[in-house]
Design a protein around this ligand. Sequence first.
Ligand code: KG4
Length: 338
Amino acid sequence: MSTIILGIESSCDDTSAAVIEDCILRSNVIASQKVHEAYGGVVPELASRAHQQNIVPVVSEAIRQAGIDKSQINAIAFTRGPGLPGSLHVGTAFAKGLALALGIPLVDVNHLHGHTLSHFIKEDEHTQVPGFPYLCLLISGGNSQIIKVNAPGDMQVLGQTIDDAAGEAFDKCAKSMGLPYPGGPIIDRLAHEGNPNHFKFAHPHVDGYNYSFSGLKTSFLYTLRDQLKLNPNFVEENKADLAAGLQKTIIEILMDKFSKAIADTGIKTIAIGGGVSANSGVREAVQQYADRHHLKAFIPKRSFTTDNAAMIAVAGYFKYLDHQYCDITLPPFARVTI
Ligand code: KG4
């Protein structure tokens, strides 16, 4: 008999619900919140209010699109953290209420495990999934980590950022160019038309497999500040080259440590996940590295790189099989690591 999991994700500014049947995706509904665009970043209070408005229609639509009756759901998996407290509370409270009403188990999921296990979302029974262990480069607005995934519930962080995340480097540098939030996807688009070697930015010197992006951010800001003194139209005239140079430097920083970890561990299966793994340059660099070194690379579909409930349902599926249910009294965790 198959196992049907309803996943609920509300950690930041996307309300999402998904239904999977033994990891095969039956529905994945995402309501993105446009309300934050005017503020240049996510406003926590507005995010939790929008989640409250969205959660019932989003969950109903996910169940409808999956073509199931709610009595067929075996368990509910929800994002317990990390994330914005007010946002997490909405998904957590809703998941608890529905699990109680249906009399089914509740499974709490670490959002970062969701990104790392997003490669197990199957479009159909032929979708290939990674074997264990694999090395995952998890890059998002809040995290930059190299994770050794030994099993769905056994993950080891080999390296992580000591300051900003890769997504923050994209977004903060984009903001200093006057681009709207989130700047990452805009930099990606602009970089296609620019010369990546016109401007040079700082590379960090950090121990082990750890990352640092604050030096790059400062070096980018100083370039703008110095050049704007000479030419007030500097940014406008050099947008594409600045974007291409910034993206190239971020990719070099990411690949430098990721390739060291791959070589040192000898692991032959690699993966990327998180919002920044949507970046076309990052995807190309990882695939090219894998081809050169005869590795198997798992690059997620773009729709599974950003926050989505399908990855939460899949991570919850593995815990459900292991009977790792959670207590109805558990609070959400704003800060939690892998
Ligand atoms: O994983 P995510 O949706 O949110 C977090 O949980 O942090 O990642 C959002 C981050 C933002 O920093 C956004 O700028 C970045 O992912 N991002 C990109 C691209 N698409 C999203 N960065 C670079 N290139 C992209 N194409």
